[in-house]
Each structure stands twice: as C-alpha cells, then as structure tokens.
Design a protein around this ligand. Sequence first.
Ligand SMILES: *[C@@H]1O[C@H](CO)[C@@H](O)[C@H](O)[C@H]1NC(C)=O
Ligand SMILES: *[C@@H]1O[C@H](CO)[C@@H](O)[C@H](O)[C@H]1NC(C)=O
Length: 364
Amino acid sequence: MRRAPGSGASAFLWPLAASLLVLVLPPPGLAASQLRLRQACSTCRGIADRFGQGLTDTAKKNFGGGNTAWEEKTLSKYETSEIRLVEIIENLCDSSNFECNNMVEEHEEHIEAWWFKWKKKNPDLFKWLCIEKIEVCCPAGTYGPDCLACLGGSERPCHGNGRCDGDGTRGGDGSCSCNKEHKGEFCLDCADGYYNSHRNDTHSVCTACHNSCKTCTGAANTDCQDCKEGWTKNEEACVDVDECAVEDSPCNGDQYCLNTDGSFSCRACDISCVECTGEGPDRCKSCIAGYEMEEEKCTDVNECALPEKVCVRENEDCVNTPGGYKCVCTEGFEDKDGVCAPIIKTEEEAPENSSSPAATHEDL
Ligand SMILES: *[C@@H]1O[C@H](CO)[C@@H](O)[C@H](O)[C@H]1NC(C)=O
Ligand SMILES: *[C@@H]1O[C@H](CO)[C@@H](O)[C@H](O)[C@H]1NC(C)=O
C-alpha cells in the first residue's frame, strides 16, 4: 500500500493517502517511546532482582563457620558496608546490557542512598527505586505516567479475565485484552461459544457452549441461540447437517463422502472402484479394468485362468497380478530376442546380470 511518492499514476494521490495514514496509524515516534517506557521498567526490575541475588551471594562472604565475637562484629560491619555494596553493584548488569549499565550509572546515587539510609524503612528496593525514585514502573494493576488504575480496577485488572495494557509500567493505556472466553471493554461479557455461568458486577465466569452452538445461554445443545456452521436448528436443538445426503456429492468422483458432527470429509474409494458409495471393494459402483463385480465386490480377474491363453509363447508361464498379469519364462529359460530360450550355464564366468526376463502386461 505504501509507495514512494511519485511512483506512476498514484503520484497525485500520495498526499491524500499520506494524510489518511496519519489518521489511522499512531505516529512512529509514539510506538517507539511506548516500547521504551515498558523496557525501562523491565530493566529496573532486573536490577532490583539482581540486587536481591547479590545480597544472598554476599551474605556469608569471607566468613566461614565460627562465630567468635570478633567475627560477629566484623560481619555486621560488612553487612552494611560500602565494600559489600560495591560488590553487589558490580554484578547488577551483564556487561553487554547497555540499558542496564546506563540505568545503574545514572541512578547510582539513589542506590547508595537506599543502601545507607532507606533500606531499613523501605526494604523493597524495586518499589523504592523503580516506582518511587526513578519512576519507570507503577504498582501492579496500574499503568501510565501517573500510575492510574487499569480498567476494572487495580485490585483485579480487567476483572481477572484479561491483561491490562501497560500494567505495572509507566506506559500503556490501561485497556484490557481479554482471554479467549471473555470480551468487551471490561472483560465481563462472554465471547462467541461461551455463556455466563456466573455473573455479578465484578465477577464473570464464561463457560463453553455445546459444540453445536455458535452462541448460547447454557451448556446443552437445546440452549443454543445460533448454531455453528455445519449444524442446523430444529424445534429443540442444533443438530448436525448431513452434507453427504445431497444429490450432488461434494466430493470428487474417486472419493466417497463421510458425514461427521458439524462437518464431513471426502475419502478415497478402494483402488478397484470406479466411483463408490463408501469404504472398501464392496462399495464400488463399478470396477476398474482388470476387476469384475463378483458377489457384490470388485474382485481381481485371474487372466491366467481364462479359457483363452494370454501367455502364448513357448516355455512361458502366466503370473496373475492385481488388475493384470505377467508372462514369465519358465524356470531354466530366459528371454532372448523375444523367445524363451534355455539358459546355457558357463562354468567359469558368471554371466552378467541380464535385465528382467519378464515381459509384463499390466494393462489389458
Ligand atoms: C460476585 O461474585 C463473586 C464470586 O462468586 C463473589 O465473591 C462476590 O462477593 C460477588 N459480588 C457481589 C457484589 O455480589
Ligand atoms: C547380480 O545381481 C545381484 C543381486 O541383484 C548382485 O548381488 C550381484 O553382485 C550382481 N552380479 C553382477 C555380476 O553384476
């Protein structure tokens, strides 16, 4: 759709198309900045998590075993020391993670202040740093620059039936993407194929309809409002449509139609059939060449047993095959220049492998 301005006949339409695009698509800068806002929060969350990991990793450092008074005193000093803080900060980011290193560098003063001053009162570094100081995250259930409540409230965003856009970040618009059972702005309505098995102002449970319903008011096939494709409504319920019961079969000539619940399939006829009404050689309408109807079943014709011989050369045997027959030189004879000649064995030299001695007649 997007073409370079000036390309062919559409050139004069371009200004119009461009102005329409602006109305439809958000400016590219906006999407990118949205992404950055979400990214910043997850970077900060990563830093807070790694800080917690660093605390654990350094908890027993340099102090193995005993607990003399000296050790205890030194330990408690180390516990809150700058040395320990530096060790932890060094491991907050992978060296290749530019965003992370940038954020730590930019806000190292905050981290230090927390370590020396605020840790006791505000033990949750994520909350203190990412939500309150750097302001890149929001409390769960809130979104956007001002951490507003998601649709459906911050307690249960989207009433527990969907995901709130920007949840926990400074980005997004707080709107809901509902799970597959729910729909609507607040994820309280049921999607097609589901019905409300429980509902009040704040809670909505949507349960699957009967397989035959597109929409329904309850679980049974008698509770359908509209039927799914492949089903039709009689007085009481949605019932399967027999797609195969029509005069013109929806399948190809070499297939038969198999009705199933809500649908149908086309399956290949038996190989002995020209057209069929079902599976197997006993459901053929007629037989292919080399087969004949015998006891209502397409059966291979044994050409070798016909009154008139089909293999007529001397020293030749007839071998019956499905749908055909082969003429093969009798044992001890080989096909040579169109006749079955006795095989002459040379003692020393093994004869070269000759091509198949059998003349075949697969098709009659
Ligand atoms: C709505 O339903 C939920 C789940 O059954 C229940 O916990 C809640 O108290 C109900 N709220 C009201 C206002 O009835
Ligand atoms: C003849 O054919 C057989 C089996 O196909 C093979 O094992 C053998 O090596 C062949 N001999 C020669 C002389 O090509």
